[in-house]
Design a protein around this ligand. Structure first.
Ligand code: TPP
Ligand code: MG
Length: 429
């Protein structure tokens, strides 16, 4: 029989369209999410060959067990002061998020994004990296700036696009940039930071520097072409870079299956490129810390890049423009089997006798007050809706070192139109 004749007997082709397990109104059962016991994962040498990472790319590296104890070969054995500082920084991020979310609801800014439930991803990494390692974050790693001691008032000035905003109102709220804190400007164009981080890391190596780069993107963002070309450059040149994929299960209203999570893990993406891949419990601050420290040592000793998948859950909406009750079950956040990162680190500190409920309540109270004071300070510089905070003609600044003739012409046209319009705020600062 010919191939054509055989084909005539086949059923028609069908397309697989991923479908999330739970939709609004559904009861949630996450028993299918495999959670291996803490401490059961091997910790290879940081010089191990990329071909030996199959198991670590499919399991979950976990340190904190159900009793709040830190166990196994990945236990970073941190001193209590460092543990308390990590707890403090995560709680500060949460307090900051709460307040800025409310500021958006009060009409003081147009947009905000929380990282609730994902605080460990940025905070633990910031503690494990050197303070001058270069970070190329996405919009959900505000914890990096907070852990590196960036001013809350400056962050708020940016969120309000007010006259104290270092970026002069040219970026969407929350798209911070800080050269002195090694925090590359956040871009709304998903995954552009990946090739930039790899390029920066290659340049660091080419110059004989000792600083490494780290970058973060969401699991949905791994579907971008930039993710894959970045991995190719990273493996070819053994770039000293840590490639973090924050798998929080959702990309706005698309579940992780649309980025390929049904077929394999995100950490396993690394294997096809010959890159070390680690899959980590992203709600376990000690596991995130240990994996980052491991990857940093690998990068700094010229053993090449590491891809770390942080398995976590976005417990709130994507942004203030989103309403998750429209597309996912309200039961998901509380049913998430890996718990809450702050509650887990707190339980660990209490279990080892280095913390208690009273101190925790007092810390939360102090942090809420600190954020409130910062907000008052920032609001002295204005809030988003209150007219122009920058001279109108500065709109065209900061792109070219020398402004080309056509932009000078456009700027003049704009100013002439404003003048003619008679709007009283035309050149108000
Ligand atoms: C290139 C590009 N495509 C689409 C968007 C619109 N967009 C903004 S955030 C987002 C979801 C990203 O999800 P994920 O990468 O999982 O990150 P998360 O928000 O979960 O942290 C999308 C589709 C964009 N900003 N840029
Ligand atoms: Mg996501």
């Amino acid at each position: 029989m010919t191939v054509d004749a055989k084909r005539a007997n086949l059923p028609p082709l069908s397309l697989h369209v991923p479908e999330p397990k739970f939709r609004p109104g559904d009861a949630v059962d996450f028993t299918e999410v495999a959670v291996p016991p803490a401490g059961a994962q091997s910790r290879p040498d940081t010089a191990a060959d990329p071909s030996s990472f199959h198991e670590l790319a499919y399991t979950l590296v976990r340190v904190l067990d159900e009793n709040g104890q830190a166990v196994g070969p990945w236990n970073p054995k941190l001193d209590p002061d460092t543990l308390r500082k990590m707890l403090h920084d995560m709680a500060l991020v949460r307090a900051f998020d709460e307040r800025m979310f409310r500021a958006q609801r009060q009409g003081k800014t147009s947009f905000y994004m929380k990282c609730t439930g994902e605080e460990a991803v940025a905070i633990a990494a910031a503690h494990a990296l050197a303070s001058d390692d270069m970070c190329f974050p996405s919009y959900r790693q505000q914890g990096l700036l907070i852990a590196r001691g960036y001013s809350l008032v400056q962050m708020m000035n940016q969120i309000y696009s007010n006259k104290g905003d270092d970026l002069a109102g040219k970026q969407l709220p929350i798209m911070y940039s800080s050269k002195e804190k090694g925090f590359f400007s956040i871009s709304g164009n998903l995954t552009t930071q990946y090739p930039q981080a790899v390029g920066w890391a290659m340049a660091s190596a080419a110059k004989g520097d000792t600083r490494i780069a780290a970058t973060w993107c969401g699991e949905g963002s791994t579907a971008e072409g930039d993710f894959h070309s970045a991995l190719t450059f990273a493996t070819v040149y053994k770039a000293p870079v840590i490639l973090n994929v924050v798998n929080n299960q959702w990309a706005i209203s698309s579940f992780s299956g649309f980025a390929g999570a049904e077929a394999t893990t995100f950490a396993a993406r690394a294997l096809g490129y010959g890159i070390a891949g680690l899959r980590v419990d992203g709600n376990d601050a000690l596991a995130v810390y240990a994996a980052t420290l491991w990857a940093a040592e690998r990068a700094r000793t010229n053993q090449g890049p590491t891809l770390i998948e942080h398995f976590t859950y976005r417990t709130e909406g994507h942004s203030t423009s989103d309403d998750p009750t429209q597309y996912r079950s309200a039961g998901e956040p509380t049913a998430w089997p890996l718990g809450d990162p702050i509650a887990r680190l707190k339980a660990h500190l209490i279990a080892i006798g280095e913390w208690d409920e009273e101190r925790h309540v007092e810390m939360d109270r102090e942090l809420a007050e600190q954020v409130k004071v910062a907000q008052k300070e920032a609001e002295k510089n204005g809030i988003l809706g209150h007219g122009l905070h920058q001279p109108l003609d500065s709109l065209f600044d900061g792109v070219f070192e020398e402004m080309p003739w056509h932009l000078r012409e456009q700027r003049q046209m704009m100013l002439d139109e404003e003048e003619a319009s008679g709007r009283p705020w035309a050149r108000k600062q």
